[in-house]
Design a protein around this ligand. Structure first.
Ligand SMILES: Cc1cc2nc3c(=O)[nH]c(=O)nc-3n(C[C@H](O)[C@H](O)[C@H](O)COP(=O)(O)O)c2cc1C
Length: 319
């Protein structure tokens, strides 16, 4: 398959594994790249020395291109970017901040730059900032999310109508049929987080994966709408946050949330398997996932399902 995204990243399939704090290290990123997609190391949870280790390891595990995701909301983004550039990384996905901050700097260093957006307006700002492609991420997605709460189905065509650079759809995609739907809406590629979290190579804790396997369609919720919205698997922590947001307003709400957050909840939940009090970021699509296979198996299944879906289309679309 050859299209603007496979050409941009020099990969076989327009399938990107989204950068995920505490989940996407060298093992996952290298496995996805080796299987023909684009693997991404999630730098957000890594100090530069740890990031360096992961980049070197990924370079030893695969000869294929891989990228680094840098969420701009955490301090240390600049150090992470420079660490990756020094080690020869050429593909950067930035998120959770303004695309103006690092795009020109990265482009001057010869890197391919993609920024993650959750609205058509921000997509235009990304294009104006000079990015090579945009990830348009809908409200179904796991992890930090846009305040606008626009679903993937409505977001993708609106972003595609506003920009003239390739669009990568994200949020709620875990099957080949999902990929076909996003390409039909105008995207040139897809980014998946939750599907790759639920693989053998991800660094998510086994407890988290096992709990996630039992998910029903309503097993996730959007938490922290008043501060930084994030989609989480329902658990005690997520329910406590919900109660605080329903009970308090204004400064009192801020104080209560500050008291409750922090405490290494994301690391403890996703990486160490603390299921009650940890933060368990995951997307709505988790309820479609019934096994934890290897990345190679997931990629084969995605391509197979994609081919079957498009071969059925003429029959399914005739009315
Ligand atoms: C556990 C987890 C951690 C994530 N961390 C990040 C991150 O550090 N940076 C980022 O840009 N996106 C992050 N995301 C979003 C993913 O990169 C991806 O866009 C999203 O998961 C796609 O939606 P899906 O979960 O429905 O596949 C995270 C998602 C999950 C599930």
């Amino acid at each position: 398959m050859s299209n603007p995204i496979t050409k941009l990243f020099n990969v076989e399939y327009p399938i990107v594994q989204g950068g995920m704090i505490w989940v996407s290290g060298s093992k996952l990123a290298a496995a996805v790249s080796s299987a023909g997609g684009l693997g991404i190391i999630g730098a957000g949870s890594m100090k530069p020395d740890v990031l360096k280790e992961h980049i070197l390891k990924a370079q030893s595990l695969t000869s294929k291109p891989f990228g680094v995701n840098v969420p701009l909301l955490y301090s240390g983004a600049e150090e992470q970017i420079n660490c990756a550039l020094d080690l020869g990384v050429k593909i950067f996905f930035t998120s959770a901040g303004t695309p103006k901050k690092f795009t020109a700097y990265l482009k001057n260093k010869g890197a391919v730059v993609v920024h993650v957006t959750s609205s058509p307006e921000l997509a235009v700002k990304c294009m104006d900032a000079g990015v090579d492609a945009i990830v348009a991420e809908g409200y179904e997605a796991g992890g930090h999310n846009g305040r606008e709460e626009i679903t993937t189905m409505t977001l993708i065509p609106q972003v595609c109508a506003k920009v003239n650079i390739p669009v990568i759809a994200a949020g709620g995609i875990a099957t080949g049929a999902g990929i076909a739907a996003c390409l039909a809406l105008g995207a040139s590629g897809v980014q998946m987080g939750t599907r790759f979290l639920m693989t053998k190579e991800s660094s998510a804790h086994e407890n988290f994966k096992n709990l996630a396997l039992q998910s029903l369609p309503h097993s996730t919720q959007m938490a922290m709408r008043s501060t930084v919205p994030v989609r989480l698997l329902n658990n005690q922590f997520a329910n406590e946050i919900k109660k605080i947001e329903e009970t308090y307003t204004g400064d009192e709400l801020k104080t209560k949330l500050t008291e409750h957050l922090g405490k290494f909840r994301a690391m403890n939940g996703m990486h160490k398997g603390e299921l009650d009090q940890g933060e368990l970021e995951i997307g709505q699509v988790v309820s479609l996932i019934k096994s934890v296979p290897s990345v190679a198996e997931v990629m084969r299944e995605l391509i197979d399902d994609y081919q079957k879906t498009i071969s059925r289309l003429p029959k399914n679309l005739s009315f």
